[in-house]
Design a binder for this molecule. Sequence first.
Ligand code: GAR
Length: 303
Amino acid sequence: MKNAIPCERFLRTFAAMFNRLQQKWKVSGLQLTLILCTFAIGGSLTGIVAKKIMPLLGIDKGGLWVIIYIILLTLIWPMAVLLISIPFGQFRFFTRYLKKMGRRIGIGRQAADSVHRIAIFASGRGSNAEKIISRFNNAGQNGPTVALVVTNNPSAGIITLARQSGIPVLVVEKDKFAGGYVKELKEAGITFIVLAGFLWKIPVALISAFPRRIINIHPALLPAHGGQGMYGKHVHQAVIDQKEKESGITIHYVDEQYDHGAIIFQAICPVEETDTPGTLAARVQQLEHLHYPAIIASLLKNH
Ligand code: GAR
């Protein structure tokens, strides 16, 4: 009975650490168990291999021996965990983990933006998507790429464009969208989400899975003329009705409200007295095409 309290305390601490790690790495309980097994077996394998190699080097025990031993452990450990991660089905997790560790200690820092895999969410024609795809998917193999197109509209023009560019398409369904399709996006290795005329509200599950990694473009100067139902011609009609002298574009992080998160960038154009929603839309669209791909590129450099 005396041991019951320390044992209970240990289990509680372990469960809390387990939960914290699960949230930090955004993995299921089963996946975290497999990851911890990989760490444990990979670590033991590292020790065994290093101990076998040391006698072959013929170095006497002492300061130099310890330094060489530590260097060997550091070199063998990434290879050992990667190897062990294969049978545990965690190779993808460990390649990302090791890349992140490498970047943290300065290795591969320049290539920080090269690992990004972008998902474009769009509901319609996809003229912005087209500009983004042509900027990133023609930029050579080392840069960020558009790796997935997500749409709620099975007849959206963006689908044809994606297929022509060899980009997979995910058509999402309303009743499952509350879950955010996080599993599918993670499985596709998506690291950044760009909304380009996507008309459904982004669910909290997706926002929490990609914190400050989802951005949107809106064809007006937010906070004015945004919100539910404010898209396309409706926005430009409202700008004209309000007799605004200027309109433009807003690129912003996505939060739980329509057209609402922190603003990243705005560009302005005049509203002419003779403007119709069509003429104003064309002027605003020029700004979108000019700025959206460039803003995405500069954001990815810092993410
Ligand atoms: C763009 O003008 C974008 O700003 C707007 O949808 C259009 C999509 O055009 N988004 C919103 O209104 C969001 N509230 P596209 O399909 O030609 O890229």
